[in-house]
Design a protein around this ligand. Structure first.
Ligand code: AAL
Length: 357
């Protein structure tokens, strides 16, 4: 009898590139300062973890006090846990016990492009130097505030960090607000996918260029396939300080929240979570731009900062093997840090080959 394949079987064959892409991710508690669930202190959005000078290092957003949201009437009041942040850093000898070391990058002085908050950092170690990329906001922080990305450089993970004089990537701001009210949903024109915010920067040295992956949010954001309208773009530069030119293919994803990318097999692998029609998928782009689904996953914790390993070509999941992520306390809204890992106990289960025959 002629073998027939249903639409579902055919479709699955398109994205089940191999069982080695399938996994589940689990979180585990860490110990030390970053594990503290303190109602007055937020530590969130950990960067990638790097190993240098015999230690693991991580950077993260840190702020004090409770949040009041937008529209509290006090323009100086902290709006969200990522407002009034500075970037701090911590070290660990084993990846489990983390000790806070010091401030890395502080907010700028009043009137500067980063005077309100510097947050959501990522790290790139490149040719003996260290580069932090992060989000910046200027005061006052309003619903219609545009959010940008900036960079600081240091000779050692412990700093001192030198900031660039201005952002390396700004929101494209090519939409048009409707009226004067501070309402980010009212627009005459939405503009590009990243017209309002460029967030969650991750800088990768790839094919001899600096590729800045980021999450975009448009002015007049709407719901999109049951999630927020967030997609990723990439901006590419010959020199690390820029200029960063957006890819003509942007957005390069139709889904995803915090950017999570790693090197694999000459391309860039990605884990997309939280929002969009392709949330909870692992994807891979042979050119860093044209991503295809490789596997679906159950989901993953928020704001994953991957351990950067030079072993990323051992297998597709090597660059995702472990890292740090944040947990938000439901009651206080403040954040603290956990560790995530690929659940090794399920490896055998996922590696069993299945066919449609
Ligand atoms: C996160 C990230 C960015 C946003 C805020 C802090 O989910 O997407 O970092 O600005 O929330």
């Amino acid at each position: 009898m002629e073998k027939k394949l249903s639409a579902a079987s055919l479709r699955a064959l398109n994205y089940t590139k191999g069982p080695e892409w399938f996994c589940e991710i689990v979180t585990k508690p860490i110990t030390g300062d970053l594990a503290e669930n303190d109602p007055e202190v937020t530590r969130r959005d950990p960067s990638a973890v790097i190993h240098a000078d015999g230690l693991f290092h991580v950077w993260y957003s840190k702020s004090k006090g409770r949040s009041h949201g937008f529209g509290s009437g006090d323009l100086d009041a902290k709006t969200f846990p990522w407002d009034h942040c500075d970037i701090w850093y911590a070290t660990s000898t084993d990846g489990w016990h983390w000790e806070e070391q010091s401030l890395a990058v502080a907010r700028g002085s009043k009137g500067s492009y980063d005077d309100r908050s510097v947050f959501t950092p990522e790290i790139l170690a490149h040719e003996g130097k260290y580069y932090l990329v992060y989000q910046v906001v200027i005061s006052p922080y309003l619903r219609r505030s545009f959010e940008n990305i900036s960079l600081a450089v240091a000779d050692s993970p412990s700093g001192p960090w030198t900031k660039l004089p201005g952002p390396i990537l700004e929101a494209s701001a090519d939409g048009e607000w409707e009226g004067e009210e501070d309402n980010r949903f009212l627009v005459k024109k939405k503009g590009s996918f990243d017209s309002h915010k460029v967030h969650d920067p991750t800088l990768m040295f790839y094919q001899g260029k600096f590729c800045l992956y980021y999450k975009g949010e448009p002015m007049g954001e709407e719901m999109f396939f049951g999630g927020r309208e967030t997609k990723w773009g990439v901006a590419i530069a010959d020199k690390i300080e820029g200029p960063y030119i957006r890819s003509e293919y942007n957005p390069v994803t139709n889904s995803g929240h915090e950017v999570c990318v790693w090197h694999y097999n000459g391309g860039i692998a990605a884990m997309l979570t939280t929002d969009g029609p392709e949330k909870n998928t692992l994807q891979w782009a042979p050119d860093g731009i044209n991503f295809e689904i490789q596997a679906v996953i159950k989901g993953a914790p928020h704001a994953n900062g991957l351990f950067r390993t030079s072993d990323h070509d051992i297998g597709p999941l090597e660059g995702l093997r472990w890292g740090l992520c944040h947990v938000v306390d439901d009651e206080t809204g403040t954040g603290y840090i956990n560790r995530f890992e690929i659940d090794e106990s399920l490896k055998e289960y996922f590696m069993k080959r299945e066919t449609y025959e």
